[in-house]
Design a protein around this ligand. Structure first.
Ligand SMILES: *Cc1c(COP(=O)(O)O)cnc(C)c1O
Length: 294
């Protein structure tokens, strides 16, 4: 049985730089789901693991960069639910604490050049063509199974919010949230905060996963230089928020998302007394990989 019991409450937060602007701030604590199968990564894996099990594939083969939260989540989930795991890691051989944890969970790592990494289907075919048990799990877990799992973020909510903010890398989580809002017939406004430069393009990736056309703002000016890039104002913000609330944010995704909420609040973007929910998508290793910047 693929089932993980977890706790992901919605917490109301008082943090003066945001809540002094007369909005109510809530955080859905998906970061508490599991230490390694963290945040949206569990949601994106759940139906993939069920599909793999139903099709008798007990070897998860996936892809990611050397700091991929998805790769780590796959390694830990594989160990927990009895799958063998392999990941193709982009770029020359690297060593870091995230990859060390992956190995500890029994994952096999295969380092491939950036050029070879471009064709994932080819890599899978070359290495695992003769392995009937191999299940192709795309980079970041992207796909319809991932989207379906992320709808549950919305079905679990205890109340309806005026605004929901979420970070995006591939956009699968955003697609699930948008579909969840649509299916629950809520009037909540979804907001996308891309973690990478050129985030407006994410709309194209999200669209095929949507049940119905949706309009939502993309706040694409909070990438701080691009994916996995950071700048001192972002680091200072994370330090301040964490020291005042006890909630860790990572500089790759969630730090940028909450920074966007803070910046928009300071520009009176929100109506008085509106409720704003940020989905805390997890990602502790984003901080561990950049501790030298703090
Ligand atoms: C992977 C990840 C995201 C991005 O999710 P997508 O579904 O790829 O958009 C956001 N936040 C954190 C912490 C992540 O690890």
């Amino acid at each position: 049985m693929i089932d993980l019991k977890f706790y992901s409450p919605e917490e109301e937060i008082t943090y003066a730089p945001i809540t002094n602007h007369h909005i109510r701030l809530f955080i859905k604590r998906d970061d508490l789901i599991h230490p390694f199968i963290s945040g949206n990564k569990w949601r994106k894996l759940k139906y993939n693991l069920i599909t793999a099990q139903e099709t008798h594939k007990n070897h998860l083969v996936t892809f990611g960069g050397a700091y991929s939260n998805h790769v780590l989540a796959t390694a830990a989930a594989g160990a927990k639910f009895g799958f063998k795991t392999t990941a193709f890691i982009r770029g020359e051989e690297a060593k870091n604490s995230l990859l060390d944890f992956c190995k500890l969970f029994g994952m096999q790592l295969i380092f491939v050049s950036r050029k070879d990494y471009l064709n994932k289907a080819d890599l899978h075919h070359q290495h695992f063509n003769n392995d009937d048990s191999a299940y192709f799990l795309d980079e970041g877990g992207f796909g319809t199974d991932a989207e379906k799992g992320c709808r549950e973020i919305i079905t679990e909510l205890q109340q309806e919010y005026d605004h929901i903010f979420c970070s995006a890398g591939t956009g699968a989580t955003a697609a699930g949230i948008l579909n969840g809002i649509y299916l629950k017939k809520q009037t909540t406004q979804f907001h996308l905060v891309p973690a990478l430069k050129g985030g407006a393009l994410l709309q194209e990736a999200i669209k095929p996963l949507l049940i119905a056309d949706s309009m939502y703002p993309i706040h694409d000016e909070y990438h701080f230089g691009g994916y996995a890039k950071t700048q001192p104002p972002l680091i200072d913000f994370i330090k301040d928020f964490t020291s005042k609330t006890g909630i860790l944010l990572d500089p790759v995704y969630t730090g940028k998302t909450l920074f966007a909420i803070k910046d928009l609040a300071s520009k009176n973007y929100f109506k008085k007394d509106t409720s704003v929910l940020m989905i805390h998508t997890g990602g502790l290793f984003g901080i561990l990989g950049m501790l030298d910047k703090f």
